[in-house]
Design a protein around this ligand. Structure first.
Ligand SMILES: Nc1nc2c(ncn2[C@@H]2O[C@H](COP(=O)(O)OP(=O)(O)OP(=O)(O)O)[C@@H](O)[C@H]2O)c(=O)[nH]1
Ligand SMILES: [Mg+2]
Length: 293
């Protein structure tokens, strides 16, 4: 059995979480079209008869501007330290060579003493002719052990990445039971699904200011679970957006979240959502601990 921890790193929005979900044929990490979706290290476990990979999806690497950004950056650095192999993800860029925005990512990992494999994602968005110069440019850095073009969205190249990682990992133990795909606790998964739906339905600065706190998970009768959660925002104007006209937005968010949670948990769910303003919670450590701890 070969096994090990693989950190999935890259700048925001390149498809790290999409890759993880595709690799596991499941959903353990939320995905949206907006950057800075993933805020915590999320473990996703891939197990076959002879391969056991603990993937660690991480927040995208970028210049920190707030207390929340700094917390996210800390998470990413922590994941880097604990890995046997790194999977850097970038995206196809129409042959523009090495993307400027990947430089800080490479800086961050350049001293890593583990192999780094590069997945160039979203190849479904460019023609082959434009992809080749980009692959060459990244190969010319002489930094990556392997370069693999993929489309996580279409599940193309994902298996090849897994097989390649398998070649770089050593013989080792199983870290998790073979049928376990994530070690995230229920309350975390529930909060993340609600946050995903809230991000999807809102725009501008609202997604970044959203936090979700699950206050109660209670079994009620046979196969029914009652969940009470707070959607936290930073300002009254954001609260108005999340609630919407006559509560229409909150209703949409709640309906989408409930549907997905019922699918994930295989139970009927009653979801009660409330919206609360915690002024500037992303800006200070005190604010962070009020919402995230
Ligand atoms: N066209 C295309 N879009 C993709 C592909 N993979 C991911 N995406 C889209 O890219 C966006 C970002 O995907 P995520 O998986 O959330 O990206 P991420 O790197 O985890 O982002 P952060 O968590 O914010 O750092 C989503 O809209 C995805 O649907 C792909 O292979 N092709
Ligand atoms: Mg992500």
């Amino acid at each position: 059995m070969k096994s090990g921890f693989v950190g999935i790193i890259g700048r925001p929005n390149v498809g790290k979480s999409t890759f993880l979900n595709a690799a596991l044929s499941s959903k353990v990490s939320i995905v949206t079209s907006k950057p800075q979706t993933t805020r915590d290290n999320i473990r996703g476990i891939y197990t076959t008869d002879d391969l056991h990979i603990v993937f660690v999806d991480t927040p995208g690497i970028q210049k920190p501007k707030s207390a929340l950004d700094r917390r996210m950056a800390k998470q990413t650095i922590q994941a880097l330290n604990d890995c046997d192999c790194l999977l850097m993800v970038t995206e196809a860029n129409r042959g523009q060579g090495v993307s400027e925005r990947d430089i800080p990512v490479i800086e961050q990992i350049k001293n890593a003493d583990t192999p780094v494999i590069l997945a160039i994602n979203k190849i479904d968005t460019v023609s082959k002719g434009l992809l080749l110069p980009q692959i060459e440019a990244y190969a010319d850095l002489n930094f990556f052990s392997e370069l693999i073009p993929i489309s996580a969205l279409r599940n193309e190249g994902v298996q090849e990445v897994i097989e390649t990682l398998g070649r770089y990992l050593q013989e080792g133990p199983m870290y998790y039971p073979k049928d376990m795909i994530t070690d995230s606790p229920d309350h975390f998964i529930i909060a993340e699904v609600i946050r995903e739906k809230a991000i999807m339905h809102t725009h501008d600065e609202v997604p970044y200011s959203l936090g979700v706190k699950v206050e109660e998970i209670r079994k009620k009768g046979k196969g029914v679970v009652v969940i009470r959660a707070l959607v936290v925002v930073e300002r009254d104007s954001q609260k108005a957006i999340v609630i919407g006209r006559h509560g229409s937005m909150l209703k949409k968010i709640g309906m989408d979240a409930r549907r997905e949670l019922e699918w994930l948990m295989g139970k009927r769910i009653f979801l009660e959502l409330f919206v609360k303003v915690v002024p500037n919670w992303t800006k200070t450590d005190k604010g962070l601990s009020r919402v995230l701890d």
